[in-house]
Design a protein around this ligand. Sequence first.
Ligand SMILES: Cc1cc2nc3c(=O)[nH]c(=O)nc-3n(C[C@H](O)[C@H](O)[C@H](O)COP(=O)(O)OP(=O)(O)OC[C@H]3O[C@@H](n4cnc5c(N)ncnc54)[C@H](O)[C@@H]3O)c2cc1C
Length: 205
Amino acid sequence: MVSRYDTLVVGRGMAGLPLALRAVRHSSVAFVEKETLGGTCLNRGCIPTKTMIASSTVAHQARRAAEFGVHVSAPDVDLAAVVDRKDRLVESIRRGSYRTVEKADDVDFFQAEGRFVGPRRLSVGGTEFDADRIFLAAGMRTAISRSTASTRRRTTPPGPCSISGAARSPDRDRRRVHRLRVRPDVPPLRTPGHRRATRPAAATR
Ligand SMILES: Cc1cc2nc3c(=O)[nH]c(=O)nc-3n(C[C@H](O)[C@H](O)[C@H](O)COP(=O)(O)OP(=O)(O)OC[C@H]3O[C@@H](n4cnc5c(N)ncnc54)[C@H](O)[C@@H]3O)c2cc1C
């Protein structure tokens, strides 16, 4: 069986939901999302990084407290607690996202991966959808270069951003890094043009 919509939106990140809510004023709309709502920004981008940076800022301020005439003992950063706080905040915003979708009864939501099976036909979790307009708000994925020497020599885009040694790190992408509960033993970052970058001051043990 094939379901028909005027508009299909693939991806419910920062782009997908506003697009679907706007399109529904003029047409029948469905959107599909293969993961949890919120996309990169909520799940592994803007929000998680800023909540963790906020913890880092507090640790930094505590370390500088004496400069301000305030005496405190050296901060002991508990990365697991930092991650738990981040997860609570993300979860509460995510719940709001699901509520928005539930309230928008005129937009149909399908939680599954969308795959093209024709020029205007998408297969979503075993059901096929036809639409006049299909918007791809599917975001991006991190490209990790397997090569080190060749990418370091490359001077012009396009091509994956090269961080030497990144492919060897198991914690290399944003999906994993936000879940680390103990400080990883990472090699110092080396990027083209920089002989050696210093280890960033992180809110970790
Ligand atoms: C670490 C980090 C920090 C960032 N910080 C900031 C910041 O402070 N401020 C800022 O403005 N921006 C920030 N960004 C950028 C911001 O997150 C992105 O610009 C934004 O999320 C892009 O939104 P989008 O809707 O285009 O894509 P996404 O949010 O990636 O959404 C795409 C969605 O499509 C879904 N999808 C993909 N393929 C399919 C398919 N075939 N079927 C169904 N669903 C599919 C994905 O699951 C995903 O949920 C940050 C990004 C990162 C990685």
